[in-house]
Design a protein around this ligand. Sequence first.
Ligand code: DX5
Ligand code: ZN
Length: 221
Amino acid sequence: MNGLLSPSLMCADMLNLESELKTLDNLGVEYIHLDFMDNKFVPNITLDTNLIKSVKSVLKDMKRDIHIMAFEPQQYFDKMEICEGDIVSVHYEACEDLHSVIGAIRDKGASPFVAISPDTSVDVLEDYLAEIDGVLVMTVYPGFAGQPIVEGSFEKIQAVRKLIDEKAPELLLEVDGHVSWDLCSKMRECGADIFVAGSSSVYSGEDTMENSVNRMYELIK
Ligand code: DX5
Ligand code: ZN
């Protein structure tokens, strides 16, 4: 399987979101990455639940890849209208009862992923592998676009890949944070499947979206 792309909407032109979404969809991009923050788990706010819901009405083939950086994320599921086809990533560090949060995502017909922040050990994932469809490895500290990659991120991607291959080979491995032109191929070599592309690649503004998306697919083959 080739690498899959999930451009991060928080890095897009906020005044032209509908056309951005349609452009990506028409280019055959698999996912649109939608960051939700509560200003508590992380000190920032980006896309709100209403916008994340509204995105549904514009999408044709592209799927929502919702990344919830918030405590007790289940309180937002109805407002976002979580449904079949969505990826929903919730943070290990943000949930008191992660098993039940994963179950609530499943109940909506969506695909649960567990996200881990840079300081969280890969070992914590073991308890959840049988219940989820993927792992989101944060390669920057969650909350802000445009940060440098955290040291040790490649080793971490490799460690998650190894765990998945040994214990749950059907799971997908997503990477989020400084997925740049320079580093995405190395992330691919380390075993990533889904690439969240933000300010250091497709939203760097150097080229048209079409050229940027094609360049990215070439790098993550
Ligand atoms: C940050 C978000 C990311 C963000 C990545 O907390 O989860 O999705 O958009 O942006 P870059 O690619 O600039 O690091
Ligand atoms: Zn994200």
